[in-house]
Design a protein around this ligand. Structure first.
Ligand code: PRP
Ligand code: MG
Length: 180
């Protein structure tokens, strides 16, 4: 009998040298297309908060939208899109973060969070943690109470978890892969 982690690991496809040489790309589209793995991943992500009053689930564009929508539905919470710069139509607040080369910026609408609202952050994967850290800062600056951040995949060598824990954000991940 496979454990949930073994089943999820088996459902994730690894593509060597994508998007560049030396990178092992962990592709969750194969998890998403597997009905049983998709349900088990979403169920496992929400399990600690079933029955608690989470008001919003914030998903990070783009892959965090797929999971965040499912998680929000499961928790009967709202969904809050954290978008790449320039996509949201109303007034926004933004947060910049470092990439390997240069910077990127994420945004939310200025009225996306009510003060003190309980929010869970969701993304498919945490690598360096730079994206999630920026999302936490952005959501907090809007008044969110970040209850936790959850991800299907952790790449522990890149130490993203520590970045969020340094901000006092509990981190939940379902599977780990060695390497980058
Ligand atoms: C990937 C992944 C996470 C982020 C993790 O998204 O989906 O959002 O990188 O990296 P980090 O922990 O080092 O910040 P990407 O920016 O490639 O975009 P996508 O989700 O739109 O495909
Ligand atoms: Mg992403």
């Amino acid at each position: 009998l496979n454990t949930i982690s073994e089943e999820l690991i088996a459902s994730i496809r690894t593509i060597p040298d994508y998007p560049k040489e030396g990178i092992l790309f962990r592709d969750i589209t194969t998890l998403l297309s597997d009905p049983r793995a998709f349900r088990r991943a979403v169920d496992a992500l929400v399990q600690p908060w079933a029955g608690s009053k989470i008001e919003q689930v914030a998903g990070i564009e783009a892959r965090g939208f797929i999971l965040g929508g499912a998680v929000a539905h499961q928790l009967s919470a709202g969904f809050l899109p954290v978008r790449k710069k320039g996509k949201l139509p109303f007034k926004t607040i933004e947060q910049e973060y470092e990439l390997e080369y240069g910077t990127d910026t994420i945004e939310i609408h200025c009225d996306a969070v009510k003060p003190g609202e309980k929010v869970i952050l969701v993304d498919d994967l945490i690598a360096t943690g730079g994206t999630a850290e920026a999302a936490v800062k952005l959501l907090r600056s809007a008044g969110a109470d970040i209850v936790a951040a959850c991800f299907i995949v952790d790449l522990p060598e890149l130490q993203g978890r520590a970045k969020l824990e340094a901000l006092d954000v509990p981190v939940r991940t379902l599977v780990e892969f060695p390497g980058h």
